[in-house]
Ligand binder design. Structure first.
Ligand code: 6LW
Length: 497
C-alpha cells in the first residue's frame, strides 16, 4: 500500500517535468501559419489573423507545448488597416525573428498595403509603426547574416530573395528567384536557415487544403542554385499512411532549435469533424525533427502527424490560463478580437456590463460591432445575459465569415435563431419573450451547435440545433475558423455575465 502511495506521490511531483509525449494541436482553434523564434529558453510564436483586430497574436512558451497568449503585435489602427477585409484578406502568414536585441515581425496586409515589418525590444510590445517593403508576394520571411538582412517571399509563383534595409524598408539588391518548389502548386511560406555550411529553404506547396505539404531545398550559396531534398515531401498527411487520420492539411512550418540542441517544427494543420469538414480553422501543431550534421532534416521520423505524439519533449512548463472574462476590469484580454478595425466608441464598459452600440449587420464587412474569441475547444458552451434597448438586435454569433454565421439574438420582444449561409438568410425559430434581460446560451460538440435561452438562468428552452459542418471552411469558406462573440446591430445592447 505504501509503495502505491509513494508511486502516486512520485507521479504527482514529477508531472511538471514529465518529458514523454504530448498532444497536437499545441494551440487549438483558428491559429494558422505559425512562426516561432527562441531567445534563451523562451519561445515566441505568432499566427496570421486575416480580417480580425488586433492582429497577429503572440504566444510565449518554455517547452513548445504549453503556450500563453501574451498579446498581439498589431494593436493600433496606424499599424493595421482592415478596410474592406474579409476572411480571405487582411493579415496573411507572419514570421517572427529575433536579432541582436530586436524582435521582428514581417507579414502581408493583403488589400491594404502589402508587405511590411514591425520591430520591438520586447515580444510584449509595443511594436513599431510599419516599415513598408517593396518586394511583392505573400508570406515574407527574414534572414539575418553578417549584418545583412534578407527578405524572401513568393511573387510570380516562386520564392524570391532580396537584401533590405530593415530600418527604412529600402530594397538594397534586386529580387532573385531561389526556387520554384518541387512541383506542387502555390510555393509559399518560405523560411531560410543556415546549418553546417548549407542554406536550407523550407517552403509549403499544394495549397492550404488537403494537399498542403512541406518541401525543402538547400544550397551552399544563399542565392542558389537550390537542390531539392530527394526525400521530399518533408511533411505530408496526404499519403497512404496519413490519409485516414483526423489531422489533414499539414504544411506552412517553421523550424526552431531548443537550447538542448533538439530541433522542432511548428506548422499548421486542421482536424476533420463529421467527415471531411473543419470548422475550427487551421491550428498550430508541433513535430520533432531529427537533423544530423550535413544531412537533410527528417520530421517525425518521416511519419504523418497524429493527435498523440510519442516524442521525448523538453521539460514541461505549465502556462497560466487566460483570465476569466470580467467586464468590470474594463478590458477583455488579448484573445478577444473584432471584425475589422473596431469603432472604439461602440464598446463601452459600464460597471459589470458591456454596452455595444450597433454599426450594421454582421453579414456586411463594414466594421460591425462584434467582439469574440476563437472557438478553441471542440466541446463547450458560451453564455451571456443580453438586454437590447428599443429596436436594437443583440446576441451571440457563431461567426465563420460574413456570409456564414449562426446568430442567437433578442430583438423586439422575441428571441430568435438566424442561419446565414451564402444566399440563405433565414430565421430558424423565434419565440416571444416577456423579460428585459435574457440568458442566451450556445453549447457545442464536434457535430452541432445548440441554441437555448432562459429568463431566469435556471430553466432553458431550445430554439434548435445547427450543424458545425455548414460553418466549415469547406462549405462557408474563408481562411479563418469559428469565432464566437457578442454583437449588436441597430442600437444599444447591454451584455452581462
Ligand atoms: C498563407 C499561406 C497559406 O499566407 O495560406 O497555408 C495563406 N498557408 O502561406 C493564408 O493562410
Amino acid at each position: 500500500m505504501s509503495k502505491i502511495l509513494s508511486l502516486l506521490l512520485f507521479m504527482i511531483i514529477s508531472e511538471s517535468s514529465f518529458a514523454q509525449g504530448y498532444r497536437n494541436p499545441i494551440i487549438s482553434g483558428y491559429h494558422p501559419d505559425p512562426s516561432v523564434c527562441r531567445v534563451g529558453s523562451d519561445f515566441y510564436l505568432v499566427n496570421s489573423s486575416f480580417q480580425y483586430f488586433p492582429g497577429v497574436p503572440v504566444f510565449h512558451s518554455n517547452d513548445l507545448i504549453n503556450w500563453e497568449q501574451i498579446g498581439n503585435v498589431l494593436t493600433r489602427d496606424s499599424q493595421l488597416s482592415l478596410k474592406g477585409a474579409s476572411s480571405w484578406l487582411g493579415i496573411y502568414a507572419p514570421t517572427i525573428r529575433y536579432n541582436d536585441g530586436t524582435y521582428y515581425m514581417i507579414t502581408t496586409n493583403v488589400g491594404n498595403g502589402g508587405n511590411f515589418l514591425v520591430t520591438a525590444t520586447s515580444p510584449n510590445g509595443p511594436w513599431s509603426e510599419p516599415v513598408w517593403l517593396s518586394q511583392q508576394g505573400i508570406d515574407p520571411s527574414l534572414y539575418f547574416e553578417d549584418g545583412k538582412v534578407y527578405m524572401c517571399s513568393n511573387p510570380d509563383d516562386a520564392i524570391w530573395l532580396s537584401e533590405i534595409d530593415a530600418k527604412t524598408g529600402k530594397q538594397l539588391s534586386k529580387s532573385r528567384m531561389l526556387w520554384q518548389g518541387d512541383g506542387g502548386r502555390y510555393p509559399e511560406g518560405p523560411h531560410i536557415y543556415k546549418k553546417d555550411g548549407y542554406y536550407y529553404l523550407l517552403i509549403s506547396e499544394g495549397g492550404t487544403e488537403i494537399a498542403h505539404h512541406l518541401t525543402i531545398a538547400r544550397s551552399r550559396n544563399i542565392y542558389g542554385p537550390y537542390e531539392s531534398d530527394p526525400d521530399n515531401p518533408l511533411l505530408t498527411n496526404c499519403s497512404r499512411k496519413g490519409q485516414n487520420m483526423q489531422i489533414q492539411g499539414t504544411g506552412h512550418g517553421d523550424f526552431v532549435q531548443a537550447k538542448d540542441g533538439s530541433w522542432w517544427l511548428v506548422f499548421l494543420a486542421y482536424r476533420n469533424f463529421g467527415g471531411s469538414y473543419h470548422h475550427l480553422g487551421r491550428e498550430t501543431y508541433l513535430a520533432p525533427v531529427e537533423w544530423k550534421k550535413g544531412e537533410w532534416p527528417v520530421v517525425n521520423g518521416g511519419n504523418p502527424i497524429d493527435t498523440l505524439m510519442n516524442a521525448t519533449t523538453l521539460t514541461k512548463h505549465k502556462m497560466p490560463h487566460a483570465q476569466p472574462l470580467d467586464f468590470s476590469r474594463g478590458d477583455l484580454g488579448p484573445e478577444y478580437i473584432h471584425i475589422q478595425n473596431p469603432i472604439l466608441e461602440n464598446y463601452i464598459f459600464k460597471g459589470n456590463k458591456l454596452v455595444l452600440k450597433g454599426h450594421g449587420s454582421l453579414s456586411v464587412n463594414n466594421q460591425p460591432t462584434f467582439v469574440g474569441k476563437r472557438q478553441e475547444q471542440v466541446c463547450g458552451s458560451v453564455e451571456f445575459r443580453v438586454y437590447p434597448k428599443h429596436n436594437a438586435e443583440g446576441g451571440i454569433s457563431v461567426y465563420q465569415i460574413n456570409d456564414g454565421h449562426y446568430d442567437l439574438f433578442v430583438k423586439d420582444g422575441r428571441v430568435s435563431l438566424r442561419c446565414k449561409l451564402k444566399n440563405i438568410d433565414y430565421i430558424v425559430k423565434s419565440d416571444k419573450i416577456w423579460s428585459e434581460w435574457m440568458n442566451l446560451r450556445i453549447s457545442y460538440n464536434d457535430k452541432m451547435y445548440k441554441f437555448e435561452y432562459s429568463d431566469d438562468g435556471t430553466s432553458y428552452k431550445s430554439l434548435g440545433e445547427l450543424n458545425c459542418s455548414l460553418l466549415s471552411s469547406e462549405v462557408a469558406g474563408g481562411f479563418t475558423g469559428v469565432v464566437i462573440g457578442m454583437y449588436a446591430d441597430g442600437g444599444d445592447v447591454e451584455f452581462a455575465q
